[in-house]
Design a protein around this ligand. Structure first.
Ligand code: WT7
Length: 648
């Protein structure tokens, strides 16, 4: 944990003008909601589920916990998410822009709710034409283009289960996910823009399916015309012209509240990434409520979440949340520093963005390379700034607050996870006094507590495991194909309470400070990677006997990857060795998993029973004093050697 966060004492109050107009205007109002949820848990959720969702058939029961920790919400209720995201806006908002897309090259496309209705229906009809039915899995491996959002909504329209795979993942990682999900279709596009260049997307799918997978019947390609690609006979279909010919009406399939909305893979401490399953009813409700509470969405907002749709943030806060509340969602394909570090601020000015949501790692880059750049643009439209993905250091928070928000915007530091579906701990922009670096307090209806290893409650400022003690509507329902893993990962710490995997402390004002992951997960630039996953990739290198990976503080990425590698033969050329490790990791997972530091060693510190001592490695990587007793190690002498080693 960064020193400065521990000492952080400053408090910033919401701009009174923002509070005046906000849905939740004060801490009193917040406390009332919290109390309501505490005293009448089901009544609280019942109220909002009725108010926010147009049920095709009403539910019979708010919560069924008879099979806990497999909870069911809004039992027997029927609905379709796309009706909320599209159809119900048509009477008033047919001509309002739903998705405003801009790519790095400056190409712009505006899609109104009326057009979105037609294009989603056409895409849904196309899926039907290829035999996709309710419950079938469809893997989407695409760049950040409107067709990605449209394809997701098309799946949701007919009850198919999408699994979006971030287009930065390698062919191997993609193959694993297609295989695990047993997908019937893969949808892709020719290429994408990044850092002023076109990168291949379709060819990665080809590589992933070089050995065909039985479940995959077709690969559908949306051709943007920016990258040539090969067509594989009997498998590949370019869909552009077919799409245009499809009917513009498609009845939404009526789904059960507990039907699976989608699967999204995420990393854990052990094994391969797991498919996090979300349910239709609860996910939609929380997407709507958090858009209203945390972003305080109004009709005239311009909402921009800079995440990639390949992550949960993009699912909930580019696609489903913004559209469910009928706002304009900006979608940008590219990096923040192309052609220069003013790109995002220029877009904020151009589109008069009111609510802007990004990651600490992006803030750190922009602050570092061009700290004064925001001053060159008119950012006065901004009202609320958000961050997500990792703890934000107070210095970056302040820069964001002062330079981007001009000290007038509330900063919502939103803590949540792929598994939680939506925000869990966050300031309310019109109510919560903000402390830089703290995600502040749980949202109404969410019950978060910190426990020590023995299961007792942590004291004030005492670090421990962050847990969610009651179920919530948008919680993970299962790990796809692996219910044992669901129970073991999330519900084996203390009864049926949810273990988040994060360490946190609660301060004297009840503010929650996230201290980082408690498990073997590294958060690189807000992206979750399992140490085991990275180690298995490194171990595929022919000259690697063994490896161990830990996280280490990184100026821009938040956490970087520190790899200790035992080579079979000591390499002559270290630079070459490093490059070849990077290549293996890029092939196995993707460039985000490349180690930032590599130390070569003749052995790893192990216990007598052969367990690698990660805590010691973490301390060595951080250059910290080693507090553990090393005398019980099998090979204590290696610790001294590792302390001296210089990373390559
Ligand atoms: C992990 C979840 C939720 C969308 C993006 C990441 C870390 C997330 C914060 C925050 C401190 C945060 C946690 C969490 N995290 N938001 N505001 N402050 N840490 O989703 O890939 O599922 O990762 O990201 O460690 O467990 P994810």
């Amino acid at each position: 944990m960064i020193e400065s966060v521990l000492k952080e004492k400053r408090v910033f109050y919401p701009n009174p003008e923002l509070s005046k107009e906000a849905r939740i205007k004060s801490m009193d109002e917040y406390e009332k909601l919290v109390e309501w949820a505490k005293n009448d848990f089901e009544g609280f959720w019942d109220h909002f589920a009725k108010e926010k969702i147009d049920w095709i058939k009403p539910y019979k029961k708010v919560l069924d916990d008879s099979k806990a920790p497999h909870y069911k919400w809004f039992v027997d209720g029927k609905l379709n998410i796309t009706q909320h995201c599209i159809d119900r806006h048509l009477p008033q908002k047919k001509d309002k822009v739903a998705i405003l897309f801009e790519d790095e090259m400056g190409n712009v496309e505006e899609i109104t709710y009326g057009e979105l209705y037609e294009r989603v229906n056409q895409f849904a009809n196309l899926l039907k034409a290829y035999g996709v039915k309710k419950g079938d899995r469809v893997v989407l491996y695409m760049s950040m283009i409107p067709e990605l959002a449209i394809a997701m909504l098309a799946c949701a329209r007919i009850g198919a289960i999408h699994s979006v795979v971030f287009a930065g993942f390698s062919a191997n990682a993609l193959r694993d996910r297609i295989e695990d999900a047993n997908a019937k279709l893969v949808i892709t596009c020719d290429g994408g823009y990044r850092k002023g260049k076109v990168h291949n997307i379709k060819s990665v799918v080809d590589e992933a399916l070089k050995e065909p997978l039985d479940s995959v019947e077709k690969v559908l390609i949306y051709d943007r015309g920016i990258q040539k690609f090969e067509l594989i006979d009997n498998r590949d279909v370019v869909i552009n012209s077919e799409l245009k010919e499809m009917e513009k009406e498609c009845e939404p399939v009526i789904l059960d509240s507990e039907d699976i909305a989608f699967i999204l893979y995420t990393s854990g401490s052990t094994g391969k990434p797991k498919g996090v399953q979300h349910a239709v009813g609860g996910y939609l409700l929380w997407a709507i409520l958090t858009m209203e509470w945390v972003f305080d969405i109004k009709d005239d907002d311009m909402f921009w979440c800079t995440a990639d749709i390949g992550w949960i943030t993009g699912h909930t806060y580019i696609v489903y949340g913004p559209l469910a509340v009928g706002t304009t969602s900006i979608m940008y394909e590219g990096v923040p520093v192309y052609p220069d570090a003013g790109r995002w601020w220029k877009m904020v000015e151009k589109y008069k963005v009111t609510k802007f949501y990004t990651a600490p790692t992006a803030i750190r880059i922009l602050k570092k390379v061009a700290p004064d750049e925001p001053k060159k643009y008119d950012l006065s439209s901004l009202r609320i700034l958000g961050t997500v993905g990792e703890p934000i250091d107070p210095e970056s928070w302040l820069w964001y607050y002062e330079n981007v928000g001009n000290k007038k915007c509330s900063i919502v530091d939103t803590w949540w996870q792929t598994e939680t579906g939506g925000h869990m701990i966050s300031p309310l922009p019109g109510a919560t006094p903000m402390k830089p670096g703290s995600a502040t307090k749980p949202l109404p209806g969410i019950f978060a507590e910190v426990f020590l290893e023995d299961g007792s409650k942590a004291g004030v400022n005492e670090g421990g495991f962050l847990c969610i003690t009651k179920p919530w509507p948008s919680m993970i329902r299962d790990v796809w194909g692996n219910p044992q893993r669901y129970k073991k990962t999330y519900f084996s710490f203390k009864g049926n309470i949810y273990l988040t995997g994060d360490d946190a402390r609660v301060d004297e004002d009840g503010y929650i400070w996230i201290m980082g992951r408690a498990d073997d997960v590294i958060n690189v630039s807000g992206h979750r990677l399992g140490t085991m996953e990275i180690e298995s990739a490194i171990n595929k290198h022919p000259n690697v006997a063994e490896s161990a990976v830990v996280g280490k503080h990184h100026e821009i990425k938040g956490e970087g990857i520190f790899a200790f590698i035992v080579p079979r033969e000591w390499p002559e050329n270290l630079e070459e060795f490093k490059n070849s490790i990077n290549e293996v990791v890029t092939n196995e997972i993707g460039p985000i998993a490349k180690p930032d530091w590599i130390v070569l060693t003749e052995a790893l510190p192990k216990t007598r029973s052969g367990k690698i001592m990660r805590r010691i490695l973490r301390a060595i990587a951080a250059g910290e004093e080693i507090k553990q007793d090393i005398s019980t190690l099998e090979n204590p002498e290696i610790v001294e050697k590792l302390k001296e080693a210089k990373p390559i």
